[in-house]
Write a protein that binds this ligand. Structure first.
Ligand SMILES: Nc1ncnc2c1ncn2[C@@H]1O[C@H](COP(=O)(O)OP(=O)(O)OP(=O)(O)O)[C@@H](O)[C@H]1O
Length: 257
């Protein structure tokens, strides 16, 4: 079931004449948001179909994380409306519990749903292993690298079972090889079990490798200045000539604003 937040607070998703909206996984309409006098988002409209992956790229501080927080219902917009399916957020900082080991951290959503600890750990273990963390199940967050912690947070988001994943620079702390492995793993995981993904990344190449659509945001206050549809199956080859051309277009849009 979708939730909808307007500038005036939560509202029913089945507003009269708004049936089409409930079929979108995300539907942002003219979203505006400010922190005091600092206007961060300035009229963002974006609809996402279920199963679609959309990447948001834009300069540092333009409002990408804020937009994810609005989609996840962690904040209400100051203007416009946000409708979205229940989402799992992988925040930029992993927000793991410092006293719990990697497996307990990953399994947290299952525990919150009432699963017994041993069962929750048993279900989380293969996912951690798939992401290259076999042998680190008992490590506490401070014993893991930044990239490892991100992957634990990623498994935790997957185990919420939610259909919408909001990923805030999920691969930012990874070396190039591990990042490419993660791109492959995510693409395979989404092919096996489709989810809607809203991905924030600084890396245009990563956006083009993973997303069906790339939205380029202006500097703050953010607007969508360019939307690029990306053809082909994921993960794509960044050397593909179509991707090279799309990368050029995205760079041009970023430079023009
Ligand atoms: N809770 C808050 N209170 C006040 N200002 C905030 C708050 N959260 C974010 N900001 C400001 O809003 C702007 C947008 O921040 P946000 O984190 O959304 O940008 P971003 O595009 O995700 O940045 P980055 O790419 O560097 O992670 C920044 O200027 C930031 O300082």
């Amino acid at each position: 079931m979708q939730s909808q937040t307007t500038a005036r607070g939560p509202a029913a998703v089945t507003a009269p004449g708004d049936d089409a909206r409930a079929t979108q996984a995300v539907d942002l309409r003219e979203v505006r948001h400010a922190f005091g006098a600092l206007i961060v988002l300035d009229g963002i409209s974006l609809a996402m179909r279920p199963g679609e992956t959309v990447a948001l790229v834009g300069p540092s501080g333009c409002g990408k994380s804020t937009l994810l927080e609005l989609v996840c219902g962690l904040q209400a917009p100051d203007g416009g409306s946000v409708a979205a399916a229940p989402a799992a957020l992988v925040p930029q900082r992993d927000a793991l519990l410092p006293w719990a080991d990697a497996l307990d951290n990953a399994a947290l959503p299952l525990r919150l749903q009432g699963t017994r600890r041993a069962d929750a750990r048993r279900r989380a273990a293969p996912l951690l292993a798939e992401l290259g963390l076999a042998g680190f199940e008992h490590a506490k967050p401070h014993e893991l690298s930044g990239g490892m912690r991100q992957r634990v947070a990623f498994v935790r988001a997957l185990l919420t079972g939610r259909g919408l994943l909001c990923l805030d620079e999920p691969f930012g702390a990874l070396d190039a090889l591990t990042r490419a492995d993660m791109h492959r793993w995510l693409s395979d995981a989404l092919a096996a079990e489709p989810r809607t993904v809203l991905l924030v990344t600084h890396d245009i190449e990563e956006a083009l490798v993973l997303a069906d659509r790339v939205c380029v945001l202006s500097p703050r206050p953010a607007r969508i200045v360019c939307e690029l549809a990306v053809p082909g199956d994921c993960p794509r080859d960044p050397a593909d000539h179509e991707l090279v051309e799309l990368r050029r277009q995205a760079m041009e849009a970023l430079r023009a604003c």
